[in-house]
Design a protein around this ligand. Structure first.
Ligand code: ZN
Ligand code: ZN
Length: 358
């Protein structure tokens, strides 16, 4: 009989979870952060699988520069981009956070690209990610950053889920996913579709169409591409939860990390955890224009496949930044003339000096 655990929400998933006028929670979530010491039960299959992937990828990277045809390298990047959009726009923004709605053809396309990325089916991905947001930085967070950089990066996949994580997942409402036939079709046929889309097709296509060697085709567009894809998502969970500024909500671990954005094209994570239903990566238009996932959603909206795109108004962002930010917002941080001493006293629980040092 597992111990009874009672996870307390420390974050929001949807706009409907919010409790204050500036769309936050009506409590100090920083006191909820915890990582109770525990003995993890290792999953050796996953450990050996990750070892194989990373060692093979080093050789795959060598082959990229020494023997692969240019078509193979371009193809690997294209597959990587499709997987990134399938996960970023599909399982993340469409299905986890309901940031926008999508017509069936787009939902089917995103489902296929998401399957090609092999990071669990949409149903499980969305359940785990909702759990991550709702119980962020607590024992019920599947990749709790309070347990350290390695655990939040890939360590959490090397051990069994704790009773708290399982309980957190059980408390997540998944009725919208059960009602989506595309999600349920993928869930039912995942173990038949995934090996073909993630491993077989990316290997066979280069050999069949441009006479690439089997070794190059297997190690570059398949193994190296897949290993890069999982590390991109893991880096958001680890590095963007550990390093960077918190202009929107200083009580959360997630941070704005331009380095993670440059490599993973997703790294404005303090903004995302503060307003997760916003379909944009950030409030900055230029960075959104340079983010493939957001460009893709915008393009789909132009042709009518995506609609009801949700954003947060600049006024709400400003209010929230003043109330809970760490003072580093480029417009509405501590140097904003409108943010006078009285407002700072009213809203801030840390001093100007403390936030500058943070
Ligand atoms: Zn996160
Ligand atoms: Zn999210």
């Amino acid at each position: 009989m597992p111990p009874l655990v009672d996870p307390i929400p420390s974050g929001v998933v949807f706009e409907s979870d919010t409790q204050t006028a500036d769309l936050g929670l009506d409590k100090d979530v920083s006191v909820l952060k915890k990582a109770t010491p525990k003995k993890h039960e290792l999953v050796w299959f996953n450990i050996f699988w990750f070892l194989f992937l990373h060692v093979s990828s080093v050789y795959g990277l060598y082959l990229v520069f020494t023997s692969a045809k240019w078509q193979t390298n371009v193809f690997a990047f294209a597959v990587h981009l499709m997987c990134a959009i399938g996960i970023g726009a599909g399982s993340h923004r469409l299905w986890t956070h309901r940031c926008f709605k999508a017509k069936t053809p787009l939902r089917v396309l995103l489902m296929l690209w998401q399957t090609m990325g092999f990071q669990d089916c949409i149903f499980e991905w969305a359940r785990d990610h909702r759990t991550h947001h709702k119980y962020a930085d607590t024992d019920a967070d599947p990749h709790n950053a309070e347990r350290g950089l390695f655990f939040s990066h890939m360590g959490w996949l090397c051990c069994k889920k704790s009773p708290e994580v399982l309980e957190g997942g059980r408390r997540i409402d998944l009725s919208d996913l059960y009602d989506d036939p595309v999600v349920m079709f993928q869930k039912k046929h995942y173990m038949k579709m995934m090996p073909i889309l993630c491993f077989v097709l990316p290997t066979v296509i280069p050999v069949y169409f441009w006479n690439e060697t089997w070794l190059n085709a297997f190690l570059i567009p398949t193994i190296l591409r897949y290993t890069c894809g999982i590390n991109v998502v893991w880096s958001v969970n680890s590095f963007a939860h550990t390093f960077g500024y918190r202009p929107y909500d200083k009580s959360l671990n997630p941070r704005e990390n331009i380095g993670v954005w440059l490599i993973c094209v997703e790294g404005f994570h303090n903004y995302h955890h503060t307003f997760p239903w916003d379909y944009r990566a950030t409030e900055h238009p230029l960075y959104n224009m340079l983010t493939p996932t957001i460009m893709f959603i915008d393009a789909m909206a132009m042709i009518g496949q995506a609609y009801d795109l949700k954003t947060v108004s600049p006024e709400i962002i400003k209010q929230r930044t003043h109330r809970t930010g760490d003072g580093t917002h480029h417009l509405w941080g501590w140097d904003d003339p409108e943010f006078n001493e009285m407002l700072k006293k009213q809203y801030a629980s840390v001093s100007h000096r403390e936030s500058k040092c943070a």
